[in-house]
Design a protein around this ligand. Structure first.
Ligand code: FES
Length: 317
């Protein structure tokens, strides 16, 4: 995938755990336009290893001067967000991919219900530009832990007026999904981004209420879990690589110069799927893409998020 060299032009501490980064192109050119819900992948060199994290673009899709991302500090994950918080300063150089959109608005939607939890608000920041520019009918439902953790909530209230509904958990404010999703006109689409418990609840409630599958859209920001190191053999490349505990199988393949396709890097899009030809252990599937039967068969793995415990795993790559 083609990449862009960028410089961090500004950093703003938005909440105790969230920083907002403004990125400008190193070559002084304009960025490509993108559509609301797009993300870029940021490459980070951490202790000599390249980590790649996906972050939603938050600014106006028409703003080609700068890209904007926000990063929530995740203390107990692989280190990418902590690196962004502690090591990246104004003037730092980074490499990002071109924008990719796996969470776009449906042009057929007659109404759009956006449901965000915590840092899951980020893809909606750019989607709202598309919604407001096109005059779409919409509601934004944004839930977060406590007032100090409500990133961009004041800005959203001002921008969306009575389209915005805010729920602060510590104040006992709860989003009633059944009531919300049970009372929408035909042709409504629902979009959810946030912690997996919220995404699962929205998907299950919408399905129980009979929403058509193609009217339900989700994006999850699950950091790939760490785990024990393991070794894989590559059938086509005729080589063997070890996957350290703190980088993904996908990152280990890329470091070795083997580059499977990838887009979301979060186990959702299916792009990185690899066939497992032989295995003498078990795969820890962390994706939301493979079916239960495919997971149980241990014949496929999504290397962006899934890991294995084995002494021998032969991949068809
Ligand atoms: S890159 Fe999307 S599932 Fe792996």
């Amino acid at each position: 995938m083609s990449t862009l060299n960028v410089r961090v032009a500004a950093i703003e501490q938005v909440t105790p755990l969230v920083k907002h980064f403004t990125l400008m192109r190193e070559d002084g050119q304009h960025f490509p336009t993108f559509s609301g819900g797009s993300h870029v992948v940021v490459a980070m060199d951490i202790n000599g290893r390249t980590h790649r994290n996906a972050y939603s673009l938050m600014g106006s899709p028409d703003d080609t001067e700068a890209y904007h991302i926000s990063v929530r500090r995740q203390e107990h994950s692989r280190g990418g967000s902590v690196f962004m918080h502690d090591n990246v300063v104004e003037g730092s150089q980074l490499q990002i991919t071109m924008p990719v959109n796996l969470f776009s608005l449906s042009k057929m939607g007659r109404k759009h219900i956006l449901i965000a939890g915590g840092i899951g608000i980020t893809p909606f920041m750019s989607q709202l530009h598309d919604i407001q520019r096109n005059g779409y009918n919409y509601e934004l439902h944004y839930a977060f832990r406590s007032l100090e953790h409500g990133a961009f909530s004041d800005q959203l209230k001002a921008r969306c007026g009575n389209h915005a509904h805010i729920y602060v958990d510590r104040l006992g404010q709860k989003l009633d999904l059944r009531e919300l999703l049970g009372s929408q006109p035909l042709g409504t689409h629902v979009y959810v981004c946030g912690p997996s418990s919220m995404v699962t609840a929205v998907l299950e409630t919408a399905r129980e209420l009979g929403w058509p599958e193609n009217h339900i859209h989700s994006e999850q920001f699950t950091a790939p879990p760490m785990g024990d190191a393991f070794t894989v053999q590559l059938a086509k490349s005729k080589t063997e690589i070890t996957v350290p505990n703190d980088i993904t199988l996908l990152e280990a393949l890329e470091t070795a110069g083997v580059n499977p396709d990838s887009l979301c890097r979060g186990g959702a899009c299916g792009r990185c799927e690899l066939d497992v030809l032989e295995l003498d252990g078990e795969i820890f599937h962390h994706d939301h893409y493979l079916s239960d039967a495919e997971k149980a068969s241990n014949r496929k793995i999504m290397p962006c998020v899934s890991r294995a415990r084995c002494t021998h795993m032969l991949l068809d790559i």
